[in-house]
Write a protein that binds this ligand. Structure first.
Ligand SMILES: *Cc1c(COP(=O)(O)O)cnc(C)c1O
Length: 385
């Protein structure tokens, strides 16, 4: 960390490449057959930076990239990405034309949306490549099972006009991180039924996709033609406690330089509301990042930070711009020294998963919310080549 840096998110693109290769290996069946792998880079690459992550994922052989919004897809194209790319979230009034002009595959959840996509296709003189979404149980996006036959029939009719081509059918799982829940089996069955209905209507989608990271790792029967790997691409475990020996490497390390080291006495209260009171004389370090940077306030008095080769507890509340950690009475750390909030877990240092547990949330939220005034820097390590 450079002497002038205050607080940084370090993203190792070699870890992204390693994870993409590793995931591909993990989903390859004994006979060598494997589903295509999509790297999901929505939400600014889960907080890691969409464009650099996309580039690293493509280099490592990701067959597809996936994003939520049309803007994200357009931004990826404008940054030079050219491979298969799907965007799956649009609302009425949004124009699909810029995405279609850039050869982005789009999703349709409803007849209204399909009509809007076909209209944009005619205006651009292109055939829209569409992935029809069936709601198999999440009750979020996608056509209900009641509405599915009409969506499929309308799609088949539009295919004959050349406005759209249905290249995909897809859905999203409710509880892929809880592999024993029967909803997983029910959703898979409903997905197969929906594909049959589409086929009976004359559609021939090349890509049927249902699995996200957890199902990609835990449920081969849900792989179909493609797995949409989000969180696992970043080296984080989608289903802690259910998966084993994934061999993934967390790509994000969050570090800062102490703003100050100070002595407190037994009985001194620390940070707003004095939610922690020192039970002995000790040295505190000021970490110059707070909830404005996406450090959850829930981490107050709960999370740990790596400093001087040991885990040091957060003391008192997380503030907007800063928080305090307990360095212990004998610390030799000084203002300006580096501390690590979370990262790869080297030597027992905290991970995003540890922070998630401390904050009663999931690792996804920890990495995706990190930002604010942190600088983001990229490294390409040798260890994970
Ligand atoms: C975000 C997202 C994914 C990726 O999920 P992970 O659990 O991060 O692998 C896959 N599919 C859809 C529809 C998503 O919204």
């Amino acid at each position: 960390m450079t002497a002038s840096a205050r607080a940084e998110i370090v993203v190792d693109v070699a870890a992204i490449r390693h994870n993409v290769r590793r995931l591909r290996q993990l989903v390859t069946r004994p006979d060598g057959a494997a589903p295509a792998c999509m790297a999901v880079v929505k939400a600014d690459g889960y907080g890691h930076g969409m464009v650099p992550v996309a580039k690293a994922a493509r280099e490592a052989g990701a067959d597809w990239l996936g994003v939520a919004t049309l803007e994200e897809a357009v931004a990826l194209r404008d940054a030079g990405d050219t491979g298969p790319l799907l965007a799956w979230l649009a609302v009425p009034g949004e124009d699909h034309a810029p995405a279609l002009e850039r050869d982005v595959d789009v999703a349709s959840y409803s007849l209204t949306q399909l009509t809007a996509i076909a209209d944009a296709a005619r205006r651009t003189g292109r055939t829209a490549r569409v992935h029809l979404k069936i709601d198999t149980g999440l009750s979020r996006g996608g056509a209900t099972r009641d509405d599915w036959p009409a969506l499929v029939d309308a799609s088949a009719a539009l295919e004959t006009t050349g406005a759209v081509e249905v290249v995909g059918i897809w859905s999203h799982l409710v509880a892929s991180d809880e592999p024993d829940r029967t909803i997983n089996d029910e959703q898979e069955q409903r997905f197969r039924d929906a594909a049959s209905v589409a086929e009976a209507a004359g559609l021939r989608p090349r890509w049927r996709h249902l699995a996200n990271s957890a199902a990609g790792l835990l449920r081969p029967s849900a792989h179909f033609d493609m797995v949409r790997f989000g969180i696992a691409t970043y080296g984080l475990d989608p289903a802690p406690g259910e998966t084993h020996d994934l061999g993934l490497v967390p790509a994000m390390t969050v570090q800062a330089r102490l703003g100050m080291v100070k002595q407190v006495r037994a009985g001194d209260g620390v940070s707003y509301g004095h939610q922690w009171v020192a039970d002995r004389d000790t040295l505190l370090g000021l970490v110059p990042a707070g909830y404005a940077e996406g450090i959850a306030r829930a981490a107050g008095n709960r999370a740990e930070v790596w400093a001087d080769d040991a885990r040091r507890p957060v003391r008192g509340r997380i503030c907007m711009d800063q928080f305090m950690i307990d360095l212990g009475p004998d610390s030799t750390l000084a203002a300006g020294d580096r501390v690590e909030l979370f990262g790869t877990g080297h030597d027992g240092a905290p991970t995003a998963q540890d922070w998630a547990e401390a904050c009663h949330t999931i690792n996804y939220e920890i990495v995706t919310r990190i930002g604010g005034r942190f600088a983001r820097v990229y490294v390409d390590s040798e260890v994970t080549q």
